[in-house]
Design a binder for this molecule. Structure first.
Ligand code: SAH
Length: 221
């Protein structure tokens, strides 16, 4: 029998997935909604079949086009960060990639909007979501540094590629009381994971972690 089987046996079994959840708890993830969404979402279906056996390791994996599916811990950390005082209704994600982070969000919030600039990744993520019956995600092929104006404002925004500076459009499209989580850095090796909170009196900012994301590429698609 093939232990890499996409049907969810062997290395992709529920037990293997549960081990990842225990790891996330050990690393400090506490939010039950996040842990449950990650326990239920089959990450092996978001990577190439050849990598399926590694899908429940806590590591980023290549998804082609020089891009990666984020490390599960980082997905959990970012998702937890936007759930600080309750469940947001409308969330914008920049950098669809495999569609995994969008699927985690879709398991928790009412509406997910996600923007990707590489067409084959956008197409594949859309197809996956359809096959999985995830109907509350809308996909857009565009440069996400402009956000997605037509559905703004958003209760939360999750950016999964790293710009050198926070794009102003994203701050503008965040609702009052909304949260924006974004890796920001001058180098491609390491960035600060920032959490912004838009209050009626202005923007509050805290640093959550050091992370390593692929760059947010601005301009043109
Ligand atoms: N959230 C993804 C991880 C994505 S990796 C997942 O769960 O799999 C970062 C993604 O951001 C890549 O797919 C990359 O193509 C995309 N990206 C980079 N610059 C972008 C931009 N300006 N607008 C939209 N997407 C962008």
């Amino acid at each position: 029998m093939n232990t890499n089987n996409h049907a969810g046996i062997g290395m992709t079994s529920q037990r293997t997935r549960d081990r990842l959840i225990s790891r996330l708890e050990e690393k400090g993830i506490k939010n039950d909604r996040v842990l449950e969404a990650m326990r239920m979402t089959p990450r092996h279906l978001f990577v190439d079949e050849a990598l399926a056996s590694r899908a429940y390791e806590d590591t980023a994996l290549p998804i082609g086009h020089k891009q990666t599916i984020s490390q599960p811990y980082v997905v959990a950390r970012m998702t937890e960060a936007i759930l600080k005082d309750g469940i947001p209704e409308k969330v914008l994600e920049i950098g669809t990639g495999s569609g995994y982070q969008a699927a985690i969000l879709a398991a928790i919030v009412k509406e997910v909007y996600t923007v990707e600039r590489i067409e084959p990744l956008y197409q594949q993520a859309r197809r996956r979501a359809m096959q999985m019956g995830l109907r509350n995600i809308r996909f857009k092929l565009s440069d996400g540094s402009w956000g997605w104006e037509s559905y703004a404002p958003y209760d939360a925004i999750v950016v999964t590629a790293a710009p050198k500076e926070i794009p102003q459009a994203l701050i503008d499209q965040l609702d009052v009381n909304g949260r924006l989580v974004i890796p920001v850095g001058k180098t491609s090796e390491v960035q600060d994971l920032l959490l912004l909170h838009k209050t009626p009196d202005g923007i509050q900012q805290e640093r959550l972690d050091l992370v390593s994301f692929v760059p947010l590429i601005q301009g043109g698609v």
